[in-house]
Design a protein around this ligand. Structure first.
Ligand SMILES: C[S@@+](CC[C@H](N)C(=O)[O-])C[C@H]1O[C@@H](n2cnc3c(N)ncnc32)[C@H](O)[C@@H]1O
Length: 254
């Protein structure tokens, strides 16, 4: 048997959690601004599309937003009318910023942000109806471990959506994207955030991340079924979705 696929899926893909925590703590002040600036505002639209995709399949009462950062996906998910959204993240400063934003918007009764590691959340099995993550999974020290934990904490039949950067393959978007990600984005990021490494890390992490079929394979390995990919903006980002099997039966997406 060729051991390669197992090694591929089990390998640690991201930097150590402490390093990720430090990095996001350091850029938290400018994170929202840079997000909207560097994506030319598309990040908001992508999050909305991800939430709407979930809304097509289910109306979750409780949602876990993994790697919530400053809570933008959690805020967007309020559209689904849940009783409660719990956002978790490693970075205390991102969470502080998120809490302030959520309080200003008057959503503190609906969204709670907690410091926790995606790979070991501490929640009991089947605690949530659904789980989601935007631009977080790529940063996990071990992607498969994080996805497996998301599967564990949602109820059987529950849904997951993951919004992540992917790499476009068609000319000329592939070339423009490569140039923007490697040359332009790190410079703007460095200038605005003052952090020399964070926005070099961003393109590196995107380029080395297992996207498309590889990511769908990881979702299956983590225990999800009915996994799908919806490409956004020519494949610059993708929404991956799937379901936790219900009583060991495969659920077919609508
Ligand atoms: C690019 S930000 C995304 C934030 C937010 N979801 C959004 O849509 O803007 C990535 C976040 O993932 C968090 N993160 C990375 N690894 C994590 C882990 N193992 N557990 C929890 N959060 C993690 C970082 O601290 C950071 O806040």
């Amino acid at each position: 048997m060729n051991p390669e696929p197992m090694e591929q899926t089990n390998r640690k893909n991201g930097p150590p959690a402490e390093q990720v925590e430090r990095m996001f703590d350091s850029i938290s002040k400018h994170y929202d601004l840079l997000n909207h600036l560097l994506s030319l505002g598309t990040d908001r639209l992508w999050r909305r599309k991800a939430v709407m995709l979930m809304g097509k399949h289910c109306t979750p009462g409780t949602i876990l937003d993994v790697a919530t950062g400053t809570g933008d996906l959690a805020i967007e998910a309020l559209r689904l009318g849940p009783e409660k959204i719990t956002g978790i993240d490693l970075s205390s400063r991102m969470l502080e910023k998120g809490r302030r934003k959520i309080s200003k918007l008057g959503y503190s009764g609906k969204i709670e942000l907690l410091k926790s590691d995606a790979m070991a959340t501490g929640f009991p099995d089947a605690s949530f109806d659904a789980a989601m993550s935007a631009f977080g999974v790529r940063n996990f020290e071990n992607t498969l471990a994080g996805l497996t934990e998301m599967c564990r904490v949602i109820r059987p039949g529950g849904m997951i959506i993951v919004l992540e950067f992917s790499r476009p393959s068609a000319f000329p978007l592939k070339q423009i994207y490569g140039l923007y990600f490697r040359q332009i984005l790190p410079r703007i990021g460095r200038k605005v955030s003052g952090d020399p490494s964070a926005y070099t890390y961003l393109p590196e992490s995107v380029m080395s991340f297992p996207d498309n079929e590889k990511f769908l394979g990881l979702m299956r390995d983590a225990g999800f079924t009915g996994v799908r990919q919806k490409r956004l903006t020519g494949g610059i980002a993708s929404i991956y979705s799937g379901f936790k099997p219900l009583n060991n039966h495969t659920i077919k997406p609508e």
